[in-house]
Design a protein. Structure first.
Length: 332
């Protein structure tokens, strides 16, 4: 699929905005704060069914009570997203849905400036990054993660009640065990797939013989649903005292290993950026190999964070994709 045009109404700071896209690379230039990222956000929402940075009520332009996105593809297909202050709807053809159906979701590789600082970021930030990536690579990952998070929220709310019982938590424990084991299994598989490529891809960017890998860290070696469930039940008194769930995949972490050591502290600024570029290239390649679809690539002001060599590498590796880039400078 190739984007032809996107039309926004009351989206973020845009009262109205129309972007005509080129088949290869489209550049959006403007000062910081003028709404460049919002255009990428709208494209992402129309193609994936949700924003990558906010809930709907925060997206509506100040003083207005609705927003609208209209995304046209070159093959004539159109996706319209509307939000009236209470409900969001997706219109494709002559049918409406409260959620964008899977068959109309198109793969997107999103590249944010914050991604270039991922190596030294918090465990929650790294989990969010890989959750987003794995949701693109595996359809069921996103739904399992959503169900897990809903169960986790319910369990944590119950734990704040002084009269909470083991029996009252049991249904939520069962859900956490089921979806937690699914999430952990898929995380392990995807990290293994990335590690099979990352050193080779990294070397094509950095032009050296360094070795890179991702280490997926869990709290223990629990692998079955029954063991997971048992651990949640064992932690009842502890969790009741803390007021939240202390065990589960929501506590997992990812470490970047560079030549056998933690990359955070041992890799230079340029080496860290090469690691992240390698991750993005692998993500796009894995999506294409699994779906036979070239993902749309959204690059949000990342050129300002990359030197000239890495800028050229970025452009070259995404030459077969449609790319939409935001920048504050024509020369970048």
């Amino acid at each position: 699929m190739i984007i032809d045009k996107i039309n926004l109404v009351n989206f973020r700071c845009h009262a109205t905005y129309i972007l005509k896209c080129k088949k290869k690379t489209t550049l959006i230039v403007g000062e910081n704060g003028c709404g460049k990222t919002s255009v990428l956000e709208a494209i992402y929402e129309a193609m994936r069914g949700k924003s990558f940075r906010a809930v709907d009520k925060d997206i509506v332009r100040r003083g207005e009570d609705f927003y609208r996105i209209e995304l046209d593809y070159t093959d004539g297909e159109k996706v319209i997203v509307t939000y009236d202050g209470q409900m969001k709807k997706f219109l494709v053809g002559d049918k409406k849905w409260a959620r964008l159906p899977k068959k109309y979701r198109y793969p997107v590789v999103l590249f944010l400036p914050s991604d270039l600082h991922l190596v030294g970021s918090s465990p929650s930030r790294k989990r969010d990054y890989f959750d987003r990536t794995f949701s693109e690579l595996r359809e069921n990952y996103s739904s399992s993660l959503s169900r897990y998070n809903k169960a986790l929220k319910q369990r944590n709310e119950l734990l704040k009640n002084e009269f909470v019982s083991r029996e009252g938590l049991f249904p939520w424990n069962v859900m956490l065990a089921k979806y937690g084991c699914e999430i952990r299994k898929w995380r392990e598989l995807e990290v293994e797939a990335i590690n099979q490529q990352i050193t080779e891809v990294y070397r094509t960017i950095a032009d050296n013989r360094d070795e890179v890998k991702i280490k997926y860290e869990t709290q223990d070696v629990v692998i079955s649903e029954s063991e997971y469930l048992l651990q949640l039940e064992r932690n009842f008194e502890k969790d009741k005292l803390l007021g939240h769930t202390s065990f589960g995949v929501h506590r997992d972490n990812y470490d970047f290993i560079f030549n056998g050591e933690l990359a955070d502290g041992s890799a230079s600024r340029g080496e860290v950026r090469s690691i992240i570029l390698a991750l993005k290239f692998i993500e796009a390649d894995m999506i294409y190999k699994r779906s036979a679809r070239r993902p749309i690539v959204l690059l949000d002001d990342v050129f300002s964070e990359l030197d000239e060599t890495r800028q050229k590498c970025l452009v070259q590796n995404f030459k077969d994709n449609q790319v939409v880039i935001t920048s504050v400078d024509y020369n970048e």
